[in-house]
Design a protein around this ligand. Structure first.
Ligand code: ZN
Length: 136
């Protein structure tokens, strides 16, 4: 077998596949971007599979975002209950001024309901943040 130098002296350049280092012809080298036919076919397959995989992932992500917009149902419900209980607590407190004949009792009811509502809302916010971390 002729050495690389001898071949080059004869005007024949040696081409090798980038993947398996097999000797290939110049036309093969150019057609398959530096790979032999086998390796080029393999690479093509892998790249196509990667593309399909990426597309599938993107699609499923998009569908998920479209479905629930990243909002956690439990967090939303807890936040809703917190707001409602705060409003209800204030109303009950104001109404009870007359019923109980005591301004102090009304203020206690209002403050207690607002504080509990704030904690409920904070719980809802924590659940939503955990959901956001999970989705990352
Ligand atoms: Zn090869």
């Amino acid at each position: 077998m002729a050495s690389k130098e001898e071949l080059e002296a004869m005007g024949i350049k040696k081409f090798q596949c980038k993947e398996c280092c097999r000797d290939i012809t110049e036309s093969e080298y150019k057609t398959y971007k530096g790979y032999c036919k086998n390796c080029y076919g393999k690479r093509k397959n892998i790249e196509r599979r990667k593309e399909i995989y990426n597309n599938e992932n993107n699609e499923s992500e998009n569908i998920e975002e479209f479905e629930d917009n990243g909002k956690n149902t439990v967090a939303s419900i807890i936040k809703g209950i917190a707001v409602i209980s705060a409003i209800a607590g204030v109303i009950v407190g104001l109404v009870s001024i007359d019923a109980l004949n005591s301004g102090v009792m009304a203020v206690v009811i209002i403050i207690a309901s607002i504080i509990s509502a704030v904690f409920s809302y904070a719980l809802g916010e924590i659940i939503q943040l955990l959901e956001d971390i999970k989705n990352k």
